[in-house]
Design a protein around this ligand. Sequence first.
Ligand code: NAD
Ligand SMILES: NCCCC=O
Ligand code: NA
Length: 504
Amino acid sequence: MAIPNMQIPSRQLFIDGEWREPVKKNRLPVINPATEEIIGYIPAATAEDVDIAVKAARRAHGRNGWGSTTGAQRAKFLRAIAAKVLEKRPELATLETIDNGKPWFEAASDIDDVVACFEYYADLAEALDSKNKTEVKLHLDSFKTHVYKEPLGVVGLITPWNYPLLMTTWKVAPALAAGCAAVLKPSELASITSLELGEICREVGLPPGALNILTGLGHEAGSPLVSHPDVDKIAFTGSGPTGIKIMTAAAQLVKPVTLELGGKSPIVVFDDIPNIDIAVEWTLFGCFWTNGQICSATSRLIIQDTIASQFLDRLLEWTKNIKISDPLEEDCKLGPVISRGQYEKVLKLISTAKNEGATILYGGERPQHLKKGYYIQPTIITDVDTSMEIWKEEVFGPVLCVKTFKTEEEAIELANDTKYGLGAAILSKDLDRCERFTKAFQSGIVWINCSQPCFWQPPWGGKKRSGFGRELGEWSLENYLNIKQVTQYVSDEPWAFYKSPSKL
Ligand SMILES: NC(=O)c1ccc[n+]([C@@H]2O[C@H](COP(=O)([O-])OP(=O)(O)OC[C@H]3O[C@@H](n4cnc5c(N)ncnc54)[C@H](O)[C@@H]3O)[C@@H](O)[C@H]2O)c1
Ligand SMILES: NCCCC=O
Ligand code: NA
């Protein structure tokens, strides 16, 4: 398919179903990480805009508003959004690529996931109509109880830049499906496609205020959203340090949060893998896909010593074959990282690894053929010690570190030797062993004989410092529902706790 050429549309903040200039009229530059050029501007919201957007969301949610619609009514809007996203797929993929740097075909496949996600939550919204009132059996006949599921209210959704429209959708689709009104704050480093979602909402006639989109900086737009007293919940995906700030601020108002944070996930490879090339490819994909900027990247390869040398030789050959280019080029498999800041951070982590005694087996530098753009070669680091920063800290770039093991016990210990707990992968022919590892991994996601495939039906999320709460599947819908207990006294008899005055 021909990749369309696109200019960044000039947009304002999306509030109450309209485009509105930010109160302070500030804008932020949009930088294409492949060229380092400014390709447009996005509005920069501040606390004043947050307040206007939250009020719009509250009105939208209020009596007879979005929060009172049936699931079936909401499903129609979600399906209409899905259809529009699909219609605009090529353009959205290009916008995502020039904003984020991911290869165009990856961006297009993310847009397919966006479509599927909106359709999936349309189905769940409809199903909610028959599931939102459930009887709870009691041990007494004099009472009847049911549980009523209702939309939580106005929710704040704060998202990162690595899968811009997809991470937005993981929150917006279930929030709208549940009947919440939302204020979305996408990452300032890649907001373009989230703003286009505003245009799509306008085109399909989503009731004004049901979804509001505020672009801007974290401390100027995100922080006031978290602290706003009329926001009932914050769903956040991003880094650990920001997650801590958000949880701390939300705690002051006893506001619930879900946190999807970073990771340092392991991939354990045993010497019984039936095909070395298949295992090598999953290892590469697990760490270098999305330009290495995946929260669940299996960035620690833990390889059995008996095949380590053979495996690493083959890994090197495959790695040298990865096409690094402008992400708009066909067959590009690795584009630039998101920003100058990220580029410098990744190179610094690589040089620290070197200074700490690790070996840069491959990569570690800017590719020679690309003079501009935030490109970093896919990098493989060996002779890693568990005390090194490269073993412990999330890189969020195309960097794989390697350690060998002899026994299962040692492999499990190394796999769990991390403060994070998002994903974990095992490659082995022995399915009993895979089962043992599934139980032993301290993580929210386990991949067996693969790494990274991500579907919208199962739950997604981590433990330890990768956060808590689950997105995707039916679990995400629960994030946006209030569970209300309704208990009715159905007996004609008096309660008889106090003495009746008539009997005195
Ligand atoms: N667990 C997951 O599912 C998942 C998915 C994608 C990314 N991530 C993680 O996200 C991180 C990369 O994303 P990032 O660099 O955009 O993260 P980040 O924490 O820098 O920013 C995330 C969002 O938070 C906002 N923000 C920043 N400071 C804020 C504050 N004080 N109050 C409120 N909002 C604030 C930002 O503007 C942005 O919209 C990585 O650590 C990655 O692992 C996790
Ligand atoms: N494939 C989606 C992974 C989300 C985290 O980065
Ligand atoms: Na950008």
